[in-house]
Design a protein around this ligand. Sequence first.
Ligand code: HEC
Length: 147
Amino acid sequence: MLSMLSMLRTQRFAWGVGILMLLVLPLAASSASQSEPDEQQALMGSGVFRSYCASCHGTSAQGDGDIAQHLRVAPADLTRIAERRDGDFPYDDVVKIIDGRKGVKGHGRGEMPVWGDAFAVTSGGRTEEQVQKKIRELAHYLWSIQK
Ligand code: HEC
């Protein structure tokens, strides 16, 4: 009698685990696609980078742009963002750093332009969605060039 009961419990337990896996697995799969940069977005971002960022950070993104020598604070080497943070590319932080409107603790001495505003203003009438798209593309591009 007792063993019947415990068998029933184990079975229920097994079902529980099975259902949980069904719920969790698709989630795990979808976040796995975010473990590497999106090629298409990175490609779009490389163009944006050349027009807006290369003057300071350099076309190689290593901090050697034409006007870098005239700045008080040297532009960061953007191929080593992950390296500076134990190998993890901080995608969400990079989005916020580029945007600049939310303020990221531990970064920025006011030398890095606020691109959220700049993208909103340039080529007029840009919607917030378009601004965010551009910033995401830049973040994917930077992600794709990490050493
Ligand atoms: C006017 C020069 C200038 C331009 C243009 C510029 N940056 Fe920067 N950027 C800097 C400087 C200087 C720093 C270092 C800031 C600091 O240490 O306070 C920096 C830092 C950064 C960082 C932080 C790196 C880290 O590891 O914390 C990122 C990311 C970044 N820039 C991305 C961009 C992107 C993307 C663009 C183009 C949309 C861009 N920058 C355009 C000057 C510039």
